[in-house]
Structures are given as C-alpha cells and as structure tokens.
Design a protein around this ligand. Structure first.
Ligand code: NAD
Ligand code: TYD
Length: 352
C-alpha cells in the first residue's frame, strides 16, 4: 500500500470537506492533514462523519502565518499539498479586497515557500496541487469556452487574487522546479455550501419565504458542477496529472441565473408541498453586482481525454440531491444563518 502524508488546506470549507472525505475514505493508507483557520466559511461540522478516522488529522492554522507554515512542514514532513484554503466569495472581495490579497496571494506564497524549503533536497514524489477557478479567464460573450490556454483576464478582486496565486504556482515550477499541478473549475454546488452563494442562499430563502435576490436581469451564465464530481476530478488529477500541467474542470452545464432559479423553485415547490409557481413569486431583481462577469463556460476535454474523468450527475439529479440535503440538515443551516451571517446579509442585500 502506498503511504502518503497529504496536507489539504481549507478542508473545513465547502469543496475542501468533500475532498478530505474522499481521500480519508478511499485511501486508508494516506495520512490526511486538514489545515484550516476556521473563518466564517470553515465548519468542522462538515466533517463529523469522518473526524474519528485514524488517518484524519485536523490542524487549526492560518496560511498567512509564514513561520507557522514552515514549522508545520518541518514537523509533519508532508509529501504533497492540495491547496484549497481561500477567501472565495466575489461579493465579499468587492467589499474587502485586501483580505483576498492576504489570504489568496500571500497565503499561497507562504505554502509554496514552506514546500520548496522542505522538499529542496528531494523533489521526486512531491506535489503541490493548487485548486483554482475558471473566473481567472474573465468573462465570455455568447459563444466560446475557456480552455487551458485562454489568456488570463480576471475582473474581480477575487478572481484577480486567484489569478495571481496561479501565476505564482507556475513561477515556482519554472524557477525552483517545484512539482505542481493546477486545476481551474467552474461553479460548484451541492451539500455544505455556505449560504452566501447563489444556490444555497436561494434554497434558504425559499424555505423561509424570503425574497430571492437576482442581480441585474438574471441573464448571467454560469457552468455548474456537482461538488462531488469536482472532488473526483481532483482525485484523478492528484494521482494521474502531469507535473507542470493545468486542467480545466467543468460540468458541461450552462444556465442563466434566472432559469436556474426557476428550476430550483420548481424542485422546492415539489419538496415543500407548495403549489406550482409559489416559490417563484419570491424572485426579486436587485441592483447588479459591480463588474458582474457575463458568462463562464469551460472546455474540460483535456481532463476527460487524458485522465478519463467525466461528471457523473445530470443537473436535475444534482439539484434534487442538494435540496434534499439542505432540507434534511436544517440545524446545519440554522447554525449558519444567524449571528455574523445576519449582519453580512443586511449589509449585502438590505442596505445596498
Ligand atoms: P469556502 O469559502 O467554502 O472554504 C474556504 C476554506 O478555507 C474555509 O474552510 C476557510 O476557513 C479556509 N480558509 C480561509 N482563509 C484561510 C486562511 N487564511 N488559513 C487557513 N484556512 C483558511 O470555499 P470553497 O467554495 O470550498 O472553495 C475552495 C477552493 O476552491 C478555493 O480555493 C476556491 O477559489 C476554489 N474554487 C471554488 C469554486 C466554487 O464554486 N466554490 C469553484 C472553483 C474553484
Ligand atoms: P455566486 O454563487 O456568488 O458565484 P460566482 O459569482 O463565483 O459565479 O453567484 C453565481 C451567480 O449568481 C453570479 O452570476 C451572481 C449571481 N447571484 C445573484 O444573482 N444573486 C445572489 O444573491 C448571489 C449570491 C449571486
């Protein structure tokens, strides 16, 4: 059995928790170290089904602390990193860009430096896997898809900070020969997503008979991928990806925001025993997001052809699973939509 010590950053967040679960369950011979500072978006409840497993370890730490990152690499001798920790919400990046610069850029450099120093005598068998977003490529018109060679054109503080971190990862590959791989994924949805993002925010509001805020005219397009399909893509890229390469990950599943919300309302009506069309009455068009990217769409043929990955779920099935999860996990949701979340919500949606 192959033994590995893998540092997964941001493992208490939405995507990270699914990646940690997959690796802990599928690879019992790997020691998985989940490093997370537990910001508002980090929630150890996301991992309560696996946190007693012998190969799972949690480290509460902040990636912006350079010395601590070096100490942790010295102490644990990680042989690979899957780096997901980040500030991830575009709207928050518009309010507080500096936080995104610190976490997403400085935090990534700290991890790159720690890995570079720890692995300087032996790079073979090591891997720094950086998880990024399709938003680094900018905004598409009505046609075309982002490929791995699309020039970067980030337009929000969030996507700019992620683009910057991607460039730094590539710089460490070229300059220091650090073994790296990068993937850029489209919008994820599924269980455990923090209800500041479109789908869980809408589920929560529909359930509580609150208005569903749609930015602008709802014509913006996103490509949605079920989070567990992102985790299986990360598994494939971690194990079989080529050193120095980038892989795009997408759902082949484009929706305008308004059509997606109509679909979600239909599912919610059925699940909540409401009359058809009742939830859709909650749709409210609100002021558009500043610099709102019009369309994201991903060409993931490289990943599909080279590594044999494909999304396992149709959107209809994924959205039902997601709604079922949120309705079955009321406590998880209620614990989040109080306190800090309420002040965020008021600032973002009421006092705009
Ligand atoms: P998330 O906001 O749900 O989780 C981020 C996690 O990082 C949280 O657990 C948080 O506590 C942790 N974190 C934040 N700052 C930290 C710090 N300074 N030190 C240590 N931990 C810190 O985010 P997510 O949606 O799960 O996204 C994870 C990664 O995937 C991010 O890098 C994001 O850019 C990328 N990504 C997300 C999507 C998406 O649709 N959500 C799509 C493509 C790529
Ligand atoms: P979001 O989930 O924030 O992801 P991203 O901005 O990273 O794509 O938003 C998805 C889309 O939904 C995006 O076009 C913005 C829009 N949106 C709304 O219309 N209303 C909302 O309340 C939110 C959070 C997003």
């Amino acid at each position: 059995m192959v033994k590995k010590k893998i540092l997964i950053t941001g493992g208490a967040g939405f995507i990270g928790s699914h990646v940690v679960r997959l690796f802990v369950n599928n690879y019992p011979s790997y020691e998985i170290y989940n490093l997370d500072s537990l910001t508002y978006a980090g929630n150890l409840e996301n991992l309560k089904d696996i946190d007693q497993k012998a190969n799972y370890h949690f480290i509460k730490a902040d990636i912006t602390d350079a010395n601590l990152m070096t100490e942790l690499f010295d102490k644990h001798q990680f042989d690979s990193v899957i780096h997901l920790a980040a500030e991830s919400h575009v709207d928050r990046s518009i309010t507080d860009p500096l936080l995104f610069i610190k976490t997403n850029i400085l935090g990534t450099v700290n991890l790159l430096n720690a890995a570079k120093n720890a692995w300087k005598d032996q790079m073979d068998g090591k891997l720094f896997y950086h998880i990024s977003t399709d938003e680094v490529y900018g905004s598409l018109g009505e046609t075309g898809l982002f490929t791995e060679t699309t020039p970067y054109d980030p337009r929000s503080p969030y996507s700019s900070s992620k683009a910057s971190s991607d460039h730094l990862v590539r710089a460490y590959y070229h300059t220091y020969k650090l073994p790296v791989v990068i993937s850029n994924c489209s919008n994820n949805y599924g269980p455990n997503q923090f209800p500041e993002k479109l789908i869980p925010l809408s589920i929560s509001n529909i359930k509580n008979n609150k208005s569903i805020p749609i930015y602008g005219k709802g014509e913006n397009i996103r490509d949605w991928l079920f989070v567990i399909d992102h985790a299986t893509a990360i598994d494939a890229i971690y194990h079989r990806g080529t050193n120095g390469e980038t892989y795009n990950i997408g759902g082949i599943n484009e929706w305008t925001n308004i059509d997606l919300i109509y679909k979600l309302c239909e599912v919610m009506d059925a699940k909540l025993g409401r009359d058809k069309g009742e939830s859709a009455k909650l749709i409210t068009f609100v002021k558009d997001r500043a610099g709102h990217d019009m369309r994201y769409a991903i060409d993931s043929s490289k990943l599909m052809k080279e590594l044999g990955w494909s999304p396992s779920l149709q959107f209809e099935e994924g959205i039902e699973k997601t709604v079922d999860w949120y309705l079955a996990n009321e406590e998880w949701l209620n614990n989040i939509v109080s306190g800090d979340y309420e002040s965020y919500y008021t600032q973002q949606y009421v006092n705009r």
